[in-house]
Each structure stands twice: as structure tokens, then as C-alpha cells.
Write a protein that binds this ligand. Structure first.
Ligand SMILES: Cc1ncc(COP(=O)(O)O)c(C=O)c1O
Length: 455
């Protein structure tokens, strides 16, 4: 039977750039074997499957496998699938003396898009167009607030797609939401605001950035309607109204109105607003109070977190303080990438990318929901790249060991709860991160984990 990636016992994700040649492909496989991603004795993808997935001639993969077998990395035998050599047979590498923990074979980590969906061809076409036409002054330091071309393009795009009230003068380009968090926390401190509220639960990493930038962090509970606005006492708050991270609830209309009228400065983290699967569109909260709400968007889900590109649409009084704080971070997204993103959006390729990803993630969401044991009721399934499954505290505590047994990378809720004890223990299941061919294997591993913990 022909081997496919999903039927292979190896997640064949490789750090390999198309067109970089046979030697580079061999190097990528050697690296995958050395650092344990392709584990000893595992069946490797068939030459046909790997060639099809990488878009190279089958003969290229056949020659690479033959070379690696000769070097002792792979084991081939007539009529049997090719395997990674067992530890004893693998060549001793002259690599570093430290032992790196092998990464999990499967991933359902939240917060990550499928890297194989990055629109390489379209990004290349946009890069060519930009390089052919951009003036030489693009290659200077550029404007601190970001390219006017991107800001103008984003103003139109965000108005059309998310209902944001934007104009280029109130947009600032940042290196993703993580950078935005540092910049905003510093700008708020400059304005005399030293306390910042977050949803409880919320992603601990972002709270850490704000704290490191001098903010005292408080928590506001989240229920089935989103943030409990009546419990908000801090002068500023970070929220995820369209798809609460990590519980997945959508903020109810009455709560949105209450928050817009509350008087606190609001940071609206619209991290996956483009990925909505039901008919019910949820526009940006920012439109209700553009002088109180900072709208924050990112290219990390629709394109790639590696770009480190994000944008803020600011109340006017915050524009100068935010630019000043941003300059102090000494960090700006590359001007060329900003222009390429602008071209991608204005050419229509970005919309097509979002539609393509939406279809793919929606199909994965459906597979995941259908595969879950009936007693588990997933939440937050109408949007985004992740959903939440409540568990008992005992089940959640058993997850790390079970996940290690099934070589699955996955997250539990507790670390994101601010009280320390999760009000609602469970699993945050990301269905974006796996490459397309390995999603089936990741689901099988998940079912193994759920079975082990009694789910
Ligand atoms: C809640 C939330 N906001 C924003 C982001 C995006 O962060 P960045 O733009 O720094 O990649 C993520 C990514 O995981 C996220 O989970």
C-alpha cells in the first residue's frame, strides 16, 4: 500500500525551502533525524508521498533516501517501507554535546497557523512587484509609525473586513501583538497609567510582557458572555471580544456596549477575527468607541508569526505617546515586508489567502468536533484556530503525562488562569498548527490522550 504522510508514523515536517536543491533536502532530513523529530525506527514517508508534498521530482527524493541510507541515517530493504535507522546504527554526529529533548511528534498547540499554508507564490509575486517599483528611499530607516503605503492599505482593509473606523494617521505598525503589548504598556505608563487589567483566563505570555514593561496586572473574570464588565475597576483593560482567548466565547452585545461606555481604555486584541465559521459576523468593538478603544491586529494567524507584523488603530490622543514608546523599543518591522503585505492586500491575494485558510481550518474544526467523545462538549467552535474542552481538575492534571506518552504537544487551561487554580480546567486544542498531512495523526494522538485520562 502506498505510504502517505498521514499513514506514516513520522510527521514529515521539514525545514526545507522549495527550490533549494537535493543537498538541502538531505540536510533537512539529517537535521530532523539528529534532533529527534524523525525518531529511530519510524517509517518515513514514501518517496512518492514526500515528492508530492514538497513539489519535487520523485527521483530527487529517491536519490536523497539512497544517500542517507548509505550514510547510515535510513534503513531500506526490498519490499518493506524505509525507516529511520535505529539509534545504534545512526551515525555519530559531530554536533553539540548537549542532549535536546525531542519535540513532540504531533501538535495541537493553540495560537499557531499551519506554516505550510503560507502563500509562498503570492508573497514572491508581491515582493517582485514591490522591488520593481519602490523608490530607493524605501531602503532607509523609514517612518517610525510604519509605511504610509501599508497604513493606507490597512485603513481601507480593516474598515471593509472588520468594521474598524480607521484612517492612516491613527495606525501604527508593530512587530506583532507581543510587541504591541510592550509598546502600549510603556505608553500607558508614560501617561501615568500603571495598572492594566486582563481577562481571567488570558494568555499568560502577554500579561508577562505588560508586567515587564512596568504595569501592575489585575484580572477580570470571564463568563459565557465574555468579560464581566461590572467587575472592571482598572483604568485600562486588554480584551479578546470576538473569540475570547482561551475560552472561545464571543462577547455578548450588551457587554460590548457596557465596555464601550465604561470609561476605561480598552485594548481590543482581534487576533483571529478573520476566521469566523458561522454566519454571525462579529465586527470590531473599536467602532463603538474609537477614542477609547485601541484596535490590535496581527498577520500571525492569516500569514505567519515569523513575519512579526501587526497593526494598531489608536485613539488620536494615543498616537504620539505610542510612537514615542515604540521608538524606545528600538524595534520596527522590516520596511520591505510592510510594502509586500500592502501589495498582497491591495492585489486581492490576502483576501484569497484568508478564504483558503478559513475553509481549511473550518474543515479541521469539523473533523475535530466529530472525533471528540460525546461526553465532552467543546466551546468556542464558531471561530478561530482553537477550541476549548472543559475537563475535570483530575483529568486536566493527567494531561501532561498522557500527552508525553502519545508524543502530542497540547495546552491545558490552568497556566492561563490568573488565580492559579483554574476556574474551568480543560484543554485548549489548536487545530491550525499541524501541517495538513499530519492533522489526522494529531487527532489520533489526542483521542489516545483523552482515552488515557478517562475522557
Ligand atoms: C490571544 C492572542 N493574541 C495575539 C496573538 C498574536 O501574537 P503575535 O502577533 O505577537 O504573534 C496570539 C498568538 O498566539 C494570541 O493567542
Amino acid at each position: 500500500m502506498a505510504e502517505t504522510w498521514s499513514s506514516s508514523s513520522v510527521d514529515a515536517h521539514l525545514d526545507w525551502v522549495p527550490g533549494s536543491g537535493r543537498q538541502a533536502l538531505a540536510d533537512a532530513i539529517r537535521a530532523a533525524i539528529r534532533d529527534g523529530r524523525w525518531q529511530p525506527d519510524a517509517v518515513v514517508p514514501s518517496t512518492r508521498a514526500l515528492a508530492a508534498d514538497l513539489g519535487v521530482a520523485r527521483g530527487t527524493v529517491t536519490r536523497v533516501y539512497a544517500d542517507l541510507a548509505a550514510e547510515g541515517y535510513l534503513r531500506t530493504s526490498q519490499g518493506a517501507p524505509t525507516r529511520v535507522a535505529t539509534a545504534g546504527a545512526a551515525p555519530q554526529s559531530a554536533g553539540p554535546a548537549y542532549v535536546r529533548r525531542p519535540a513532540a511528534r504531533w501538535t495541537l498547540m493553540p495560537g499557531m497557523p499551519d506554516p505550510s499554508l503560507f502563500p509562498r507564490e503570492q508573497w514572491l509575486a508581491s515582493t517582485r512587484r514591490v522591488l520593481a517599483h519602490t523608490p530607493n528611499d524605501t531602503f532607509g530607516y523609514g517612518e517610525a509609525r510604519g509605511s504610509v503605503v501599508l497604513r493606507t492599505t490597512l485603513a481601507a482593509y480593516l474598515g471593509r473586513s472588520r468594521g474598524v473606523l480607521a484612517d492612516p494617521a491613527r495606525i501604527v505598525i508593530v512587530a506583532g501583538f507581543s510587541h504591541a503589548m510592550v509598546v502600549l504598556a510603556q505608553a500607558f505608563a508614560d501617561l501615568g497609567m500603571h495598572e492594566l487589567a486582563f481577562e481571567d483566563p488570558s494568555i499568560d505570555r502577554f500579561r508577562g510582557f505588560a508586567q515587564a514593561a512596568g504595569q501592575r496586572i489585575t484580572g477580570v473574570p470571564v463568563d459565557g458572555d465574555g468579560l464581566d464588565v461590572s467587575a472592571l475597576t482598572s483604568p485600562a483593560v486588554v480584551v479578546t471580544p470576538a473569540h475570547q482567548s482561551p475560552l472561545g466565547v464571543t462577547m455578548a452585545p450588551a457587554r460590548r456596549t457596557a465596555l464601550a461606555r465604561h470609561g476605561a481604555l480598552v485594548v481590543e486584541d482581534d487576533y483571529d477575527g478573520e476566521f469566523r465559521y458561522d454566519r454571525h459576523q462579529v465586527g470590531a468593538l473599536q467602532a463603538l468607541a474609537p477614542e477609547r478603544v485601541v484596535y490590535a491586529g496581527t498577520a500571525s494567524k492569516s500569514l505567519s508569526p515569523s513575519l512579526r507584523l501587526g497593526w494598531l488603530v489608536l485613539p488620536r490622543f494615543l498616537v504620539d505617546p505610542v510612537i514615542a514608546a515604540l521608538e524606545r523599543t528600538g524595534r520596527h518591522p522590516a520596511a520591505l515586508d510592510q510594502l509586500v503585505l500592502a501589495d498582497l492586500i491591495s492585489s486581492g491575494a490576502y483576501d484569497r489567502q484568508v478564504r483558503r485558510c478559513r475553509l481549511e481550518y473550518r474543515a479541521r474544526r469539523d473533523r475535530l468536533v466529530a472525533a471528540l467523545p460525546k461526553r465532552l462538549v467543546p466551546q468556542g467552535i464558531s471561530a478561530g484556530l482553537q477550541l476549548f474542552v472543559p475537563l475535570s481538575a483530575d483529568e486536566e492534571a493527567a494531561v501532561p503525562a498522557a500527552a508525553a506518552r502519545h508524543s502530542l504537544a497540547i495546552e491545558t487551561l490552568s497556566p492561563h488562569a490568573m488565580s492559579g487554580a483554574a476556574p474551568l480546567p480543560g484543554l485548549i486544542i489548536g487545530y491550525g498548527a499541524a501541517s495538513k498531512p499530519s492533522f489526522g495523526g494529531a487527532l489520533t494522538a489526542l483521542l489516545g490522550v483523552l482515552n488515557d485520562i478517562g475522557g
